[in-house]
Design a protein around this ligand. Structure first.
Ligand code: NAD
Length: 532
């Protein structure tokens, strides 16, 4: 069958499926938006159908300033609570989210258009972060004894003070995980948060806030403002004591420049053009199934999804036969239920980029092995999972982030070549290596310039390992989420050193020369006794 004859099937819609109006009721909308400041009005839409989902309050720059003041006033009492009490809120939140997950799965699907299984990945990610910081935050934040300047005379402790109010800006693609998931460690560290979610996915962030308040977070500690980035983004950036930004590298650069002008720190989680390498000894069935997950989860609108696939020439045909068959067998669907393998794109803009990248590549000689078509018969923004072969510069899809369900296949002859091609990008977010030999895969992984590398999986193993840091090298970002780095970035390190018995100066009538000689002898002794 040629590709032009093949179309992905439509997942069956279950009888009695819920619709947007059943989910976003007037009561729910009033409850979620009650604390959003602003007299303006804006709206969010449901990509699955194109319908208007809800009317929302819109915040002006002065509303952002006032919300910062409320957050600042609430922050002190929250920071004064013992770390264990703050962490307990996260553990209660974990249980509430699991119990009420159907509510947020509906909202995520309605706001992003993604398949329910992919929405559930967000529930997993948020619960992993809530459990991790719920259990580990008190330890990460606890005062640590450090060796003093003069052992025995100087008693030194390293403290972790909250920064104050964190300004947080998040994108639309993972609206649950990239809003509350990143805010949880900030709260655990004793900060307040002022967040600007993407307007199109604000309801999911507002739901998370509502549930976190139910779990015990004081309401004013989490302020959410709604508005367009170019209109209120600067106000969010200009008042934060630290900034946490997730979005495109272009916007990240602007945020970093504004933060730098104020000498305020920031973490930036940005774009990627992530490579996957299939070595000749890989299990090809598993690699093909893994490639489907890695390339097409959330319709490829995932910062860590794979857009470049490097396959050893000796197994390329066998791998592609499996990968193409699995991709063509994917079922697309628009219902608020499990069953679809892929959902919709989020916006007309994303559909435009995906269409442009594929059409331009084909016009310049690339071949479509699967997909390559929009599917307005399913919903206004559906696009098929697409595999391209014969992609080369200067096709945009070769180097630019598509952020859609499009992957390009390249062949290589030895692993060195694969590593060189994988690293030949200004980005450095995520990568994936498939091999039957853990030793071989680890050796390749160590040479890849990406913040995370997954062996025999596409992205979920590294992202789900919340005790380890996750973030980007190069133009993919600055700083890390998860692990100790993911919470300590929301703190200021403070060293408190107490001097006892003798001062750090000549004493007991010692001359300067005698003091200098004593201290020099002490340094030699400390080194000899292996003090660090
Ligand atoms: P975007 O940069 O357009 O928008 C992200 C957020 O920034 C939105 O809330 C937006 O309103 C806001 N914003 C826009 N202009 C602003 C400005 N001038 N000042 C302050 N805020 C502003 O990105 P997007 O299209 O929403 O998201 C997709 C991008 O995000 C992709 O590049 C993707 O790779 C990246 N991303 C990265 C990660 C990660 O963890 N590295 C995760 C998800 C998405």
């Amino acid at each position: 069958m040629t590709d032009s004859q093949h179309r992905n099937a439509v997942a069956a819609t279950p009888v009695g499926a819920r619709r947007a109006a059943d989910v976003v009721t007037p009561d729910l909308l009033a409850r979620l938006t009650r604390d959003v400041p602003g007299t303006g009005r804006t709206a969010c839409h449901a990509p699955l159908t194109g319908e208007r989902l809800a009317e929302l309050p819109e915040s002006a720059p002065e509303d952002v300033t006032a919300a910062y003041e409320r957050a600042r006033a609430a922050h002190h009492a929250w920071a004064a609570r013992p770390a264990r009490e703050r962490a307990a809120v996260l553990l209660r939140f974990h249980d509430l989210v699991l119990r009420r997950q159907a509510e947020v799965l509906d909202l995520i699907q309605l706001e992003t258009g993604k398949a329910r299984l992919h929405a559930h990945e967000e529930v997993l990610a948020v619960c992993l972060a809530a459990r991790h910081y719920g259990r580990k935050a008190p330890g990460y934040l606890a005062p640590k004894r450090r060796q003093g300047a003069v052992p025995g005379l100087t008693r030194t402790r390293e403290l972790r003070q909250p920064r104050g109010v964190i300004g947080m800006i998040s994108p639309w693609n993972y609206p649950f995980e990239l809003s509350v998931g990143d805010a949880l460690p900030a709260f655990a560290a004793g900060n307040a948060v002022l967040m600007k979610p993407d307007t199109e996915t604000a309801l999911t962030a507002l739901w998370a806030r509502d549930v976190l308040i139910e779990a015990g977070l004081p309401a004013d500690v989490w302020q959410i403002v709604i508005g367009e980035g170019p209109v209120i983004g600067a106000s969010v950036v200009d008042h934060g004591d630290y900034l946490s930004f997730t979005g495109s590298s272009a916007t990240g650069r602007q945020v970093a420049q504004r933060a730098a002008a104020r000498l305020v720190g920031c973490s930036l989680e940005l774009g990627g053009k992530n490579p996957m390498i299939v070595l000749p000894d890989a299990d090809l069935d598993k690699a093909a199934a893994g490639a489907v997950r890695a390339c097409f989860s959330s319709a490829g609108q995932l910062c860590i999804s794979i857009e470049r696939l490097y396959v050893h020439a000796s197994v390329a045909d066998a791998f592609l036969e499996r990968f193409v068959a699995r991709t063509r067998a994917m079922r697309l669907g628009a219902s608020l239920a499990y069953g679809a393998d892929m959902g919709s794109l989020v916006s007309e803009n994303q559909l435009r980029i995906v269409t442009r990248h594929v059409e331009e590549a084909v016009a310049k000689g690339a071949t479509v092995l699967a997909g390559g078509q929009a599917r307005p018969d399913i919903g206004p923004l559906f696009y098929e999972p697409t595999i391209l072969d014969g992609v080369e510069p200067p096709m945009a899809v070769c180097t630019e982030e598509t952020f859609g369900p499009v992957v390009s296949v390249y062949r290589f002859f030895d692993p060195d070549e694969a590593v060189t091609m994988a690293n030949a990008t200004p980005y450095g977010l995520n990568s994936s290596v498939w091999s039957g030999s853990a030793r071989t895969a680890r050796a390749v992984a160590a040479r890849l310039r990406t913040g995370t590398v997954n062996i025999n999986e596409g992205y979920a193993s590294a992202y789900g390992s919340v005790q380890a840091p996750m973030g980007g090298m190069g133009e993919s970002g600055i700083g890390r989420r998860h692990g100790s780095e993911g919470i300590l970035k929301y703190t200021e390190a403070q060293t408190v050193a107490e001097q006892r018995l003798l001062p750090m100066a000549p004493s007991f009538g010692m001359s300067d020369e005698q003091y200098a000689a004593l201290m020099s002898r002490s340094l030699r002794a400390l080194k000899a006794f292996r003090f660090r």
